[in-house]
Write a protein of this length. Structure first.
Length: 70
């Protein structure tokens, strides 16, 4: 869970901070921490998964329709 950034020769502190932020976003560390901050009931998790699935399904349907339209 720890993120280690090693300084390359000639790297400034700004570049190191930029690399650190990039690594945190790639590892999705902040989203995991936010999800684990509070307990969610299984029913709430199920509703969230279903709503995400429906949203993705509608998005795929819309993209398919746009491709056929072209």
């Amino acid at each position: 869970m720890s993120i280690i950034i090693k300084a390359q020769p000639g790297d400034s502190t700004d570049q190191m901070i930029k690399n650190f932020k990039k690594r945190v976003l790639q590892d999705q560390l902040l989203t995991e921490l936010k999800e684990k901050e509070f307990h969610k009931k299984p029913s709430v998790l199920k509703k969230e998964r279903l709503s995400e699935f429906k949203r993705l399904k509608n998005r795929r349907k819309k993209l398919k329709w746009l491709k056929l339209r072209q």
